[in-house]
Design a protein around this ligand. Structure first.
Ligand code: ATP
Length: 425
């Protein structure tokens, strides 16, 4: 699939301080892409560069194959939903959503075509005039008698006027035809009504048209902000932590709704968050960032199951991270014991980090596992227990639905494919 947006080696400096470096990113049409990372890692700056609110210091931003560096915000195929909804308090829900359509010239598309016809006409006019001047010079160079020359020039001038008039007539009739398609105020109101209704329905706010903004909950206000952005029918919706101000339950509801909305509207969403669960729930593609650089790009499953380094492993979910040595392909050693694994391609005896996810470790009877230890803490987390088991070398955090009593002796075990080996950080 051809890329919709490409960032190529994008760098951003603020007052000599580099906050983004070497950002290469490809975004496909209809993708839900999330920029994820800790506070200050450059997510919002990346989003603002895509939206055209700020310029990259270096590098290219390409939309549909076209360089966007000098294209202003309002001419980009993007719309933005900010963390604070920025609704107009004096307008009701209907007018907040309709706003984007009202500020646009209702006949903008037709006017663009008319302007093109006018520019083409003046180009053709200039070409004809140049041809006339050229022909006049050629006659002069023939050394004809004065009378004959004047007659020829007159003829030439008449021909030019005729041609110009014919051209003008064609263009004027084209323009008239287009003007007849201009939308009148009554039809425009109907069009606005249809679109506002469509997008309010899409965000689940049908029937809220006449409500004042202060009569809405935070979640409803955010939905209005989203409908207001969608009504402009952008190719790309940029969302900067749009759910941050909502309480947990509402946020989770909105996460599913946003994903559904993105699917049904068939547009690309670029979503900024520092919440890894939010990113995992909604995204087709997650871009994990740290210190102004992309750490890893992949599907939620890739990022979760195959983190590229310990930063990603730690940032996306909890992990047991253990220093180890890669003895050979498929054989890693940590805490003075060798384990089979599925990783390969490291140098012999290379120092590595070993990541084992808490839910990939099982607690079993003593004698039936790989390591023996004692239950050091037990916490009920709603769906699972979080249990820390202390072995002779370290504490392993385990997520399991089976209860183990505090202080009991247990073994722990894990499979070769649950051991993720990565370069030492
Ligand atoms: P958060 O999750 O806290 O919003 P973020 O990942 O979105 O963080 P950015 O807002 O992109 O991070 O900021 C990246 C870095 O750039 C930060 O160190 C920030 O202080 C700096 N920065 C952002 N905007 C400006 C600015 N206009 N002038 C100077 N520095 C800026």
């Amino acid at each position: 699939m051809a890329a919709l947006i490409e960032l190529k080696d994008v760098t951003k400096e603020f007052n000599g301080q580099v906050v983004l470096r070497g950002i290469d990113l490809v975004i496909e049409p209809n993708e839900f892409v999330t920029l994820l990372g800790p506070s200050g890692c450059g997510k919002t700056t990346t989003l603002r560069i895509i939206g055209g609110f700020i310029e990259a210091s270096e590098g290219e931003v390409i939309f549909d194959g076209k360089d966007m560096n000098l294209i202003p915000v309002h001419k980009r195929p993007t719309n933005t939903v900010f963390q604070r909804y920025a609704l107009f308090p004096h307008l009701d829900v209907f007018e907040n959503v309709a706003f984007g359509l009202r500020v646009k010239d209702k006949n903008i598309e037709q006017k663009k075509v008319i302007n093109k016809i006018k520019t083409d006409f003046s180009k053709q006019e200039n070409e004809l005039k140049n041809k006339f001047r050229q022909a006049k010079l050629e006659f002069k160079s023939l050394g004809l008698p004065k009378n004959e020359l004047r007659e020829k020039e007159l003829q030439l001038k008449n021909d030019l006027i005729k041609e110009l008039n014919a051209l003008k007539e064609i263009n004027e009739s084209k323009i008239m035809e287009i003007k007849q398609t201009f939308i009148n105020n009554k039809d425009f109101e109907q069009l606005i009504k249809n679109k506002v209704t469509k997008y309010l329905k899409m965000v689940g706010l049908e029937g809220f048209e006449n409500r004042a903004v202060h009569q809405l909950s935070g979640g409803q206000q955010q939905r209005v902000a989203i409908a207001r952005a969608l009504i402009n029918e952008p190719k790309v919706l940029l969302l900067d932590e749009p759910l941050a101000a909502l309480d947990l339950k509402l946020r989770q509801e909105m996460q599913y709704e946003l994903k559904e909305l993105q699917r049904s509207a068939g547009i690309t969403f670029i979503f900024v968050t520092h919440d890894q669960e939010e990113a995992l729930t909604m995204s087709d593609k997650i871009v994990v960032m740290n210190h102004g650089e992309i750490q890893q790009v992949g599907s939620p499953e890739d990022i979760y199951n195959e983190p590229i380094n310990t930063f990603v492993a730690k940032f996306i979910g909890e992990s047991n991270i253990i220093p180890g040595i890669m003895k050979d392909d498929y054989l890693v050693s940590f805490d003075n014991k060798d384990y089979k694994c599925v990783d390969y391609g490291f140098a012999k005896n290379q120092k590595v980090d070993v990541v084992i996810r808490p839910e990939d470790i099982d607690i079993v009877e003593v004698g039936k596992g790989l390591l023996t230890g004692e239950v050091d803490s037990v916490a009920f987390k709603g769906v699972h227990y979080e249990i820390d088991v202390i072995t002779k070398d370290r504490i392993y955090t385990i997520h399991t639905t089976d209860y183990s009593a505090l202080g009991s002796k247990v073994d722990i075990t894990f499979n070769p494919e649950d051991i993720h080996v990565m370069e030492e950080s």
